[in-house]
Design a protein around this ligand. Structure first.
Ligand code: CAA
Length: 422
């Protein structure tokens, strides 16, 4: 399995695995229970240089296969704690708009600090009334001299309050159909920018998810992403293409982590005079879990490679890996709880947390229903290309209907019948 990764990818993977085992696993349950941001973990990850993985080399990043190494990192972190997986990955989500669409000055100003883990970032797209339908957002930003004034609310800001920088999408031209919104970089502490409603969550409890409120919040015009209005939706969507493999990797890590625990537990637990793992029904469950995880892993890595190579099919692959890996995570973590039996349902055992953490991966960064929209739109484009090639090979029978009035000339020719009924 690991043979499909390069030597560099593997070295990185084992390095992150060591870091995760040292700093994350021992305290994962504690921060989950307390629903508290694990600053000790964030600091350790920053010190180990992990935050530079997705940042281009010229801005202080690691270089190389940035998205593949990001996915490998998230996978290994989530294997020990799904919350820490997203605590890390959400910084990539927040910074992709700068990498994809920022001005040179914005890149120089922010990316090195993000790479060092000194600046943490969050992504503000969703609102109470616009989740899947991101384009229907209401948050406004109006140009006022050399600043923009933001008014509105953002919902589900993951990393909100912990982060010191926010990529905020707002409507700058309500009348425009194609260039309605823009991205703005907003620093924590800017007057008029506050956090409300710290959400109490089922899973990923160590990462804060908050509402971000903007009331006459003035930001300098130089913080307009890319320096030009109207590209917000494109930047937001392009960002999701890059970031969805990261969510898929979080799901993959959760599934693998749950399988790891299930293997150990079923090998230890004895019933009816033998180890639970010695029952064939259990072995078949484990085999199914492992096979699905491996299939998900290959799809995640393929999408990550497509992102690194800038391939045209990224949007589709990115949605596919998010859809598949997160569904696998939900199935595998649920099965792992089952394999733990009654103990699996208990909060002092590690496995129920995996199931709770997995659920959100099917929802955020585009619900899995949205992923199916994205995939099927790509398929419909492919259909038009395939049509001219394959149409001649598919027989097309025509039906002549007697009582339906005069026959159109082209239909008459096709059916070989008179154009005017006799
Ligand atoms: N890359 C670049 N541009 C893109 C694009 C992409 N992947 N997808 C669409 N666009 C462009 C289109 O080309 C189009 O541009 P023009 O107007 O110039 O032609 C424009 O964007 C509009 O595209 P659509 O007509 O496809 O837009 P739509 O309104 O039909 O929406 C959607 C499509 C796929 C449903 C989209 O709204 C979507 O992805 N929704 C889900 C949003 C989402 O994922 N939210 C999660 C928030 S982040 C989060 O969850 C963070 C967290 O907590 C961790």
């Amino acid at each position: 399995m690991d043979g499909l990764l390069s030597k560099e990818n593997l070295e990185w993977k084992y390095r992150v695995r060591e870091i995760a085992e040292k700093f994350v696993r021992p305290v994962a349950a504690k921060y989950d229970r307390a629903q508290e941001y694990p600053w000790e973990i964030q600091k350790a990850l920053a010190k180990e240089g992990i935050f530079k993985v997705w940042i281009p080399k010229e801005y202080g990043g690691a270089g190389g296969e940035r998205i593949l190494n990001l996915c490998i990192t998230v996978e290994e972190l989530a294997r020990t704690c799904g919350g820490v997986g997203v605590l890390f990955a959400v910084n990539a989500l927040g910074s992709f708009p700068i990498i994809l669409g920022g001005t040179e000055a914005q890149k120089q100003k922010w990316l090195p600090k993000l790479a060092a883990g000194e600046t943490l970032i969050a992504y503000c797209l969703s609102e109470k009334g616009s989740g899947s339908d991101a384009a229907s957002m209401r948050c406004r930003a109006r140009r006022d001299g050399d600043s923009f004034i933001i008014d509105g609310e953002k919902k589900w800001t993951t990393n909100g309050s912990a982060a010191n920088l926010y990529t905020v999408f707002a409507v700058t031209d309500p009348k425009s159909k194609t260039r309605r919104m823009s991205g703005l970089l907003v620093e924590k502490g800017t007057p008029g920018f506050t956090f409300k409603k710290f959400e109490d969550k089922m899973g990923i409890r160590c990462v804060p998810v908050v509402e971000s409120h903007f009331h006459a919040c003035r930001v300098p015009a130089e913080n307009l992403l890319g320096g030009e209005e109207g590209y917000g939706f494109r930047h937001a969507m392009g960002t999701l293409d890059q970031a969805r493999p990261g969510v898929a990797a979080q799901a993959l890590g959760l599934a693998q982590g749950a399988l790891d625990y299930a293997l150990v537990y079923t090998s230890r637990r004895k019933q009816f005079g033998q180890r639970v793992i010695d029952f064939q029904a259990v072995q078949h469950m484990l085999a199914n879990m492992a096979t699905k995880i491996e299939a998900a892993r290959q799809l995640v890595y393929a999408a990550a490679r497509a992102a690194d190579k800038g391939l045209d099919n990224l949007t589709k692959l990115s949605a596919m890996c998010k859809l598949y890996a997160t569904d696998v995570a939900m199935e595998v973590t649920t099965d792992a709880v089952q394999l733990f039996g009654g103990y699996g349902y208990m909060c002092d055992y590690p496995i129920e947390k995996y199931m709770r953490d997995a659920k959100i991966t099917q929802i955020y960064e585009g619900t899995n229903q949205v992923q199916k929209i994205v995939i099927s739109r790509a398929l419909m484009k492919e259909a038009t290309i395939l049509q001219s090639m394959l149409d001649p090979y598919i027989p097309q029978e025509k039906q002549y209907v007697l009582d339906e009035g005069p026959v159109a000339p082209e239909a008459a020719a096709a059916f070989n019948v008179p154009a005017v009924r006799e």
